[in-house]
Write a protein that binds this ligand. Structure first.
Ligand code: MV4
Length: 450
C-alpha cells in the first residue's frame, strides 16, 4: 500500500533524515529542500531529489513559505512533512499547503491555532474537565486582574505569554510588590518575541516534573496514547535528556495521565500525532500545561519502548488511514533514554560550528543514533546546534543508562566541541541515577560544580 507517491520534507538536520527514512520504508519518493550552505548535507544525499530554496538565513529558506510551496509544485510532491521547528506549527503554512492542493502532514489548522494560543487551550481544557493549575480563566488584561487572582489563589504565581514557548514572556511573582513590574516585563517580552502581548496566570508550582504524553489520532475520532515521557532535565527551557517511562510510573499513573491526554485530544478534535504536556507536582497531582502540535525531538524514546514508528504513523494518518492500533495493542517494554548532542562548548553551552574531522557514532545492542553529521561535514552556524541524538534502551532504567554511558564513551567526534562530556557527568550524578530530580535539577547541578 502506498499512501503518497512523493513527499517534500520542509526541514533540515536529523529530523529531515528521520522523515526520509520513514518515507523510504513506506515506498514513498522524497524531495529534500536546502539552503545555499547545505548542499552537502546528509538529507540531500539520502533524498531522491533535492531543491535549493534560498540563502542560508532560515527566514529566506526554511521559513520561506512561497519557496517551499513552489518546490513542492515543481517536483510534483503531493504532501509536505514539516518536521519540528521552522514552519511545523505555523497555521499560515498549513493553509498555503491546502490552497495549493498539497497535504500537510500534521494536525488541522484549528489544532495548530489552539496549540499556539496557550490561554485559550487552558480554558478549553478546563471547560472539558481536564485539570489545569489554578489561575486565570483565559487571558489577563492588566495588573489589577493579576492582583485579584493572587487574592484568590495566593503567591507565588507565574505569568506566561499566551503565544509563548521557550520561556519568553514568563515571569514569576513571589511578592505582591512585583506584580505591576512583572506584568509589564512579561507583556513587553511577549510583544517583542511573538508580536502578541496576551498573558495568562497560573499558580507557580515550585517543584514540578515535566511529563508529556504522545498521542496518535485519526480523522474518525480514534485516539490512542503511547505512554509518557519525563522531560524534566532541561536547561533554559531546552530539554537535554528525555526518558520513557517516567522513573516512578505505575500502571495506575500511566492510565491516569494517558486517559487525561486522550481526553485533551478529544476535547480539541485532535488529529495526527501530538503531545500533551503536563505538570506533575510533588503530591502526584497532574495538570494540563500545553499541547505540542508536531513530532517532537524526543519522539524516539517512545518508539523504542512501544515499537510504533511515529513518523510512519503521521504519514498514514495524513493520508486518511484509520489508526492501526487500539489502546490495548500498545505495550510498553523496558526503558529508553535520549541525550541531545549539540555542537557546543560543554561548560558554557556556546555554539561551536565548524568542520567535523572525524565522526564515528556508537552502535551495538540497544543503541540508536539519529544524526545528520558525518566525517567531513561542516556544522553550519545559521541553525540550531543539535547534531545528533543518542537514544538507548534496556530492560530497566539502569540498563538504559549504562548503555548510554557506554554509547557516549564510544562516540568519536573530532574537530568541534560537543556536549557529550556534560552528559557523562550527569550520568554519574546520584540524584539523576535515583530518578530524584525536577525541572530545577540542572540549576542545582551547575551550582554544585562551581
Ligand atoms: C510552570 C512552572 C511552575 N508552575 N508553570 C513552562 C515552560 C517551560 N519551559 C517552563 N515552564 C514552567 N511552567 C507553573 N504553573 C515552572 C516552569 C519552569 C520554569 C519556570 C521559570 C524558570 C525556570 C523554569 C524551569 C523549568 C520549568
Amino acid at each position: 500500500m502506498s499512501f503518497f507517491r512523493k513527499i517534500l520534507i520542509a526541514n533540515r538536520g536529523e529530523i529531515a533524515v528521520r522523515v526520509i527514512r520513514a518515507c523510504r520504508e513506506l515506498g514513498i519518493k522524497t524531495v529534500a529542500v536546502y539552503s545555499d550552505v547545505e548542499k552537502d548535507s546528509l538529507h540531500i544525499k539520502l533524498a531522491d531529489e533535492a531543491i535549493c530554496i534560498g540563502p542560508a538565513p532560515s527566514i529566506q529558506s526554511y521559513l520561506n513559505i512561497p519557496a517551499i510551496i513552489s518546490a513542492a509544485e515543481i517536483t510534483d510532491a503531493e504532501a509536505i512533512h514539516p518536521g519540528y521547528g521552522f514552519l511545523a506549527e505555523n497555521p499560515h503554512f498549513e493553509e498555503a499547503c491546502i490552497t495549493s492542493g498539497i497535504t500537510f502532514i500534521g494536525p488541522s489548522t484549528e489544532n495548530i491555532r489552539l496549540g499556539g494560543d496557550k490561554a485559550k487551550a487552558r480554558r478549553t481544557m478546563k471547560q472539558k474537565g481536564v485539570p489545569v493549575v489554578p489561575g486565570s480563566d483565559g487571558t489577563v488584561h492588566d495588573e489589577k486582574e493579576v492582583r485579584k487572582i493572587i487574592k484568590k489563589i495566593g503567591i507565588p504565581v507565574i505569568i506566561k505569554a499566551s503565544a509563548g514557548g521557550g520561556g519568553k514572556g514568563m515571569r514569576i511573582v513571589y511578592d505582591e510588590k512585583e506584580i505591576e513590574n512583572a506584568f509589564h516585563m512579561a507583556q513587553r517580552e511577549a510583544m517583542a518575541a511573538f508580536g502578541k502581548g496576551d498573558l495568562y496566570v497560573e499558580k507557580y508550582i515550585t517543584e514540578m516534573r515535566h511529563i508529556e504524553v504522545q498521542i496518535l489520532a485519526d480523522n474518525r475520532g480514534n485516539v490512542v496514547h503511547l505512554g509518557e515521557r519525563d522531560c524534566s532535565v532541561q536547561r533554559r527551557h531546552q530539554k537535554l535528556i528525555e526518558e520513557s517511562p517516567y522513573s516512578f510510573s505505575t500502571p495506575r499513573f500511566r492510565k491516569k495521565i494517558g486517559d487525561l491526554a486522550v481526553k485533551a485530544a478529544r476535547a480539541m478534535k485532535y488529529r495526527n500525532a501530538g503531545t500533551i504536556e503536563f505538570i506533575v507536582d510533588n503530591n502526584g497531582n497532574i495538570y494540563f500545561m500545553e499541547i505540542n502540535t508536531r513530532v517532537q525531538v524526543e519522539h524516539p524514546v517512545t518508539e523504542m519502548i512501544t515499537g510504533v514508528d511515529i513518523v510512519k504513523e503521521q504519514i498514514k494518518l495524513a493520508a486518511g488511514e484509520e489508526l492501526s492500533y487500539k489502546q490495548q495493542d500498545i505495550k510498553l517494554t523496558g526503558h529508553s533514554i535520549e541525550c541531545r548532542i549539540n555542537a557546543e562548548d560543554p561548560e558554557k553551552f556556546i555554539p561551536c560550528p565548524g568542520k567535523i574531522i572525524s565522526f564515528i557514532p556508537p552502535g551495538g545492542p540497544g543503541v540508536r543514533v539519529d544524526t545528520v553529521a558525518y566525517s567531513g561535514w561542516v556544522v553550519p552556524s545559521h541553525y540550531d546546534s543539535l547534531i545528533a541524538k543518542v537514544i538507548t534502551c534496556g530492560k530497566t532504567r539502569d540498563e538504559a543508562i549504562t548503555r548510554m554511558r557506554r554509547a557516549l564513551g564510544e562516540f568519536i567526534i573530532e574537530g568541534i566541541n560537543t556536549t557529550i562530556p556534560f552528559y557523562l557527568k550527569i550520568l554519574d550524578n546520584p540524584d539523576f541515577l535515583a530518578g530524584n530530580f525536577n525541572t530545577h535539577f540542572l540549576e542545582k547541578f551547575n551550582n554544585n560544580k562551581k
